[in-house]
Write a protein that binds this ligand. Structure first.
Ligand SMILES: [Mg+2]
Length: 372
């Protein structure tokens, strides 16, 4: 089997809002083969930049666009092609957007392999450790405790057993953020897991205070209160915070996670499969984390391509309490698949059809396709 084309498909909502929703302008990747099998992936990044990374010509031995590296190759040689893409783009790549696009391609290669043998990706990875998983409802935080309570109550009523509030209007004052969480805790009771995602960094002193204040409300984790690269800050915060600290959604490749675990003291890491290098790289990160008793709860905040890829990864994890599930209303999330991946009563099934187990709804693709 040979790769004949790597197609970037940009999908964009008619109106882009300046909010923490990374699923408004996305790049779906289709890897075409001479046997008619098409693999689907997603690069969770900036779609225009990702398209350029896909299509760029060779500039030097270590600076190449990615598509040209794959044409004529056997798509089933996933690890070798991953190494080739990383090596040949290492000068402009190494971290960030190049790794996001490599991730999207890698996911599509797994989809091809699964479809070529008629098995779901999780079966190819060694079989699943679970057939379904609880999800946490992940939503943008309103600015007032009253609105946050109403939002959390709505998700609990819809069957979710865990709710994360993030970004939105958090970060104004840590006392305000702690009160918001306290009011939500009072409203939903002790049996619902609550998470808080700051999104943007606050001063280290504030992060430490927040970690202490949230403990009173039994918060499951406090996410990204510091800058992604602030290893000394993470080390100081994790040393004193009684609330577990989580981070990692903006990292790419294996080494940053090893550093967060070994030098930052993180007990929860959140690799994003469509950013960090794809399915196999996420599992390499997970193996390292599990050997150090660190939890992996992947970041998953885009369309159903990422949801499917993440579920196949989660199927392999020794321990994982939740899939992050984006509950915002957005047609690129709710209408992109012929059979959308949706939880029932807060539980979602691991896809069981060949490959990723998803099929794009081409009508939705045509509606939101953007060539501008
Ligand atoms: Mg986050």
């Amino acid at each position: 089997m040979k790769i004949t084309d790597v197609e970037g498909i940009r999908l964009r909502l008619p109106e882009i809002r300046e909010i923490g929703d990374g699923c408004q302008d996305i790049l779906i990747i289709k890897v075409h083969t001479d046997e008619g099998i098409v693999g689907i992936g997603e690069a969770h990044s900036n779609a225009v930049v990702s398209q350029a990374i896909l299509d760029a010509p060779m500039c030097s031995v270590s600076s190449s666009g990615l598509k040209r590296l794959l044409i004529g190759e056997d798509p089933r040689d996933i690890n070798r092609l991953y190494d080739k893409m990383v090596k040949k783009s290492v000068t402009p790549g190494r971290r960030g957007a190049f790794m996001h696009v490599i991730s999207g391609i890698e996911i599509a290669l797994w989809d091809i392999l699964g479809k070529s043998v008629g098995l779901p990706v999780h079966r190819l990875l060694g079989g699943t450790r679970r057939e379904r998983i609880a999800v946490y409802a992940s939503d943008l935080s309103p600015g007032t405790p009253k609105a946050a309570v109403a939002l959390a109550e709505k998700h609990v009523k819809n069957g979710y057993k865990a709710v994360k509030l993030g970004w939105g209007q958090l970060g104004g004052s840590i006392k305000g953020d702690a009160k918001l969480v306290g009011d939500v805790r009072k409203a939903v009771g002790p049996d619902i897991d609550l998470m808080l995602d700051m999104g943007f960094p606050v001063p280290l002193d504030d992060a430490m205070k927040l970690g202490r204040m949230l403990a009173e409300h039994e918060v499951f984790f406090l996410e990204e209160p510091l800058a992604p690269d602030d290893l000394p800050g993470w080390a100081k915060l994790t040393a004193v915070s009684p609330t577990p600290i989580a981070t990692g959604e903006k990292e790419t490749g294996f080494r940053p996670y090893a550093n967060l675990i070994d030098h930052g003291g993180l007990r929860i890491i959140q690799p994003d499969v469509a950013r960090t290098g794809g399915i196999a790289e996420t599992l390499r990160i997970a193996t390292y984390a599990e050997a150090r008793s660190v939890r992996v709860i992947p970041h998953c905040w885009s369309c159903d391509v990422l949801v499917a890829a993440t579920l196949h990864v989660i199927a392999q994890l020794k321990e994982c309490p939740y899939l992050e599930f984006n509950v915002m209303d957005n047609p690129l999330r709710t209408q992109l698949m012929k059979e959308p991946l949706r939880p029932k009563n807060g539980i979602i099934e691991i896809p069981n059809k060949p490959g990723l187990g998803i099929e794009l709804d081409e009508k939705t693709v045509a509606k939101y396709r953007w060539a501008g």
